[in-house]
Design a protein around this ligand. Structure first.
Ligand code: CU
Length: 273
C-alpha cells in the first residue's frame, strides 16, 4: 500500500458522489453526457460564487444563461475538534471539513482563485473533478503559503464532483480533510425541493486511538494500513446529530448531496426515515 493507492481510491469516491446525485434526481439528468452546444453558450455578466460550509448548500441557480462565476477559496490549516476533548490539526478548503460547497451552472466560465493563508505551513493545490483538463487544475493552483493562484475552466458536464488537494503526499492531504464537493447544475436546473443538505464522509488516522484526548497528530502508518480511528460525516464525530441535526418538516422533499472524500474507506451511506 502506498499513497498512490490512496489517491486512486479517492478518485473512486468521486464517481460514487456523482452516482448518488444522479440516483437522487428524478428529473432525467443525463449525468456525464455532454453536448457540444455547452461550449458555445454566451457568457453574460459575472458573479461571485456563494460558498457554504456543510451541511449547508448554496441556493439553487435560477438564471437561464451562463455567466462568469468567480470562485474564491482559501486553504486554512487549523485546529478543530474531532470529538469532545479530541483536537486535530485539519487542513481545510475554506475553514471547514468537508471543504466549502461550490455550485455553478453548466456552461459557466469559472474563474477559480485559490489562496493559501499566510499562517499555513505547507503548499497546497486543488484538483476539481468537474474540470476535464489534466489534473483538474492541480498544476495551475500549486500555491505556497501567503500566495494566490488562479485558472479558468468551463463547466461542461453537469453532475456532482469531488474536489481535493493533489499535493504530495496526496493521501495525507486528503486524510487531513482536504476534500469537498462541487455541483455543476444542469442548465435546465434541478427539480425543486424544500431542503438541500451537504454530507461528506472521510476517514482520519491519529497517533492516539479513538477517543484519546488532546491534540492528535496524523498517523501515516495507520493511513497506509487503512486502519482509521475515525470514519465520520462532515469532519467530526456527531457533526450531524443533536443540535446539528439536519431538520425538515414532515412532507418536505429533501435532496442530499453526498460524497466520500476518503482517502481509504468506502461508504455504506443509507437513509433511515
Ligand atoms: Cu493540501
Amino acid at each position: 500500500m502506498n499513497t498512490k493507492t490512496i489517491f486512486k481510491q479517492s478518485a473512486i469516491a468521486a464517481s460514487f458522489a456523482v452516482a448518488l446525485l444522479l440516483g437522487s434526481c428524478s428529473g432525467g439528468n443525463k449525468g456525464s453526457e455532454n453536448s457540444s452546444s455547452n461550449t458555445t453558450q454566451a457568457i453574460e455578466g459575472e458573479e461571485i460564487a456563494v460558498l457554504t460550509a456543510a451541511p449547508n448548500v448554496p441556493p439553487p441557480i435560477t438564471r437561464k444563461h451562463a455567466t462568469k462565476m468567480i470562485v474564491k477559496l482559501e486553504v486554512i490549516e487549523k485546529e478543530m475538534e474531532m470529538m469532545d476533548g479530541v483536537k486535530y490539526n485539519y487542513w481545510t478548503f475554506g475553514g471547514s471539513v468537508p471543504g466549502l460547497f461550490i455550485r455553478v451552472r453548466e456552461g459557466d466560465l469559472v474563474e477559480f482563485h485559490l489562496s493559501n493563508h499566510a499562517n499555513n505551513k505547507l503548499p497546497h493545490n486543488i484538483d476539481l473533478h468537474a474540470v476535464s483538463g489534466e489534473g483538474g487544475g492541480a498544476a495551475a493552483t500549486f500555491t505556497a503559503p501567503g500566495h494566490e493562484t488562479q485558472f479558468s475552466f468551463t463547466a461542461l458536464n453537469p453532475g456532482l464532483y469531488i474536489y481535493h488537494c493533489a499535493t504530495a503526499p496526496v493521501g495525507m492531504h486528503i486524510a487531513n480533510g482536504m476534500y469537498g464537493l462541487i455541483l455543476v447544475e444542469p442548465k435546465e436546473g434541478l427539480p425543486k425541493v424544500d431542503k438541500e443538505f451537504y454530507v461528506c464522509q472521510g476517514d482520519f488516522y491519529t497517533k492516539g486511538n479513538y477517543g484519546e484526548s488532546g491534540l492528535q497528530q496524523f498517523n501515516m502508518d495507520k493511513a497506509l494500513k487503512e486502519q482509521p480511528d475515525y470514519v465520520v460525516f462532515n469532519g467530526q464525530v456527531g457533526a450531524l446529530s443533536g443540535d446539528k441535526s439536519m431538520k425538515a418538516k414532515v412532507g418536505d422533499k429533501v435532496r442530499l448531496f453526498v460524497g466520500n472524500g476518503g482517502p481509504n474507506m468506502l461508504s455504506s451511506f443509507h437513509v433511515i426515515g
